[in-house]
Write a protein that binds this ligand. Structure first.
Ligand code: PSV
Ligand code: MN
Length: 387
């Protein structure tokens, strides 16, 4: 089913896992704990490595500072490498400290802005130790009431703060700026959309680009258009994949709307996001509030792989000729044929040929690992969002 060039893309596919997906998470109503939840960043890495072991799709793990702060990052790096994975994106956190109540990089008080900048310097120091390439910045900055802040002045301060952070980046390091249209601020957000993120990173230089979190758009937004546009502008740095029904739900990617995931990945493919020289990073940003975490992550990366395989089947030449000749239904039919093809048996064969389980999800469940870690990981404090 897959040609050599398709297999090459499948072979190279790498989806970074968020360390926080393995810790307990929840809503403002309740955080449920689960047996076997990691008690430290080392155990989180072990769980991420398990996902990679079963799928061959997840060779790196994103860390969140300070949640994943350890005394010896070198030791964490070696631990990861021994388990066959690397430490990836470093996520900063300026949303859990009292001083950031009215903002961080945009705050009206220079001292608070400097504290937020210093936090990012600390993250870059961590990157130097872990060998991470990307610094991901998502800000909770914004306001709740009209008149509360000077919106424009905050854009100016944001630029200045980002500039200071940008200047600290090493030659092989990048900054990715993530946008989100609301929450925790409800009236305005300082980086609400791709346009604002683009304007801000464009003003910095080539090492800054945009992170597109699929859950951070208003309902009905044509996300695949944004993907095509950012790739065209060469500023699509990374994806945070997840899915949503209502807000920033952080559910399993491809669970809410598989066809939307297909359309997004199609634009990635058509616009060079899978080319050998592409610099687009693919990550998950999810939380598993009620389901088991490791199998939740396994299902997630498999969903991305399955949609990618469907996309690769699209007859691009046929599509192009249907498009230029105005064959609306023919063009649409080509995409739908790809989407409606069942690629699962071919992917199972592909896995088997690489020494991976044909059905990673079932194989993990049958492995007894979940029961094993539940038995082993007793005592200590389970890690969770915010700890
Ligand atoms: C908050 O919305 C958020 O989910 C952002 O998407 C970040 O990527 C993530 O937290 C980690 O900081
Ligand atoms: Mn995100």
């Amino acid at each position: 089913m897959f040609t050599e060039s398709m297999t090459k893309i499948l072979e190279a596919q790498a989806i970074e896992l968020p360390s926080w997906a393995f810790g307990n998470s929840g809503t403002r109503f309740k955080v449920f704990t689960t047996p076997g939840t990691p008690r430290n960043p080392f155990e989180k890495i072990e769980d991420a490595a398990t996902v990679n072991e079963y799928t061959g799709l997840a060779p790196s793990v994103a860390l969140h500072i300070p949640w994943d702060k350890v005394d010896d990052f070198q030791a964490l790096k070696i631990h990861a490498e021994n388990l066959g994975v690397n430490l990836g994106t470093i996520n900063s956190n300026t949303f859990q400290d009292d001083q950031y109540r009215f903002g961080s990089l945009t705050h009206v008080d220079k001292k608070v802005r400097q504290a937020a900048i210093d936090h990012h310097f600390e993250c870059i120091d961590v990157m130097d130790k872990t060998g991470s390439q990307d610094l991901k910045i998502w800000l909770a900055d914004g306001s709740n009431y009209p008149g509360q802040v000077n919106i424009r002045a905050r854009q100016d301060r944001l630029h200045e703060s980002l500039q200071a952070i940008y200047e600290r980046l090493g030659d092989n390091q990048r900054m990715v700026l993530e946008y989100k249209f609301f929450e925790p601020a409800f009236y305005h957000t300082d980086v609400p959309d791709w346009g604002t993120a683009y304007v801000q990173v464009q003003a910095l230089g080539d090492k800054a680009s945009v992170c597109l979190d699929t859950g951070h758009h208003a309902p009905g937004t044509n996300i695949e258009f944004i993907v095509a546009q950012l790739l065209r502008l060469r500023r699509l740095g990374s994806f945070d994949f997840n899915s949503r029904f209502y807000a920033d739900d952080d559910l399993i990617v491809g669970a809410a709307d598989p066809f939307q995931l297909f359309r997004i990945i199609f634009e990635v493919y058509r616009n060079g996001g899978f080319d050998e020289d592409s610099t687009v990073a693919f990550m998950l940003d999810q939380c598993h509030n009620i389901e088991d975490k490791i199998p939740g992550q396994i299902r997630s990366v498999l969903n991305v792989q399955e949609m990618t395989a469907k996309v690769l089947l699209a007859d691009l030449a046929g599509l192009e000729s249907a498009e230029v000749s105005g064959d609306v239904l023919g063009a649409n039919g080509i995409l739908m044929d790809a989407y409606n093809t069942d690629v699962r048996p071919a992917l199972a064969d592909w896995r088997e040929a690489r020494g991976l389980p044909r059905e990673p999800f079932d194989a993990y469940r049958a492995s007894g690992r979940l029961e094993k870690i539940a038995k082993e990981r007793v005592g200590g404090q389970q890690m969770g969002w915010g700890a």
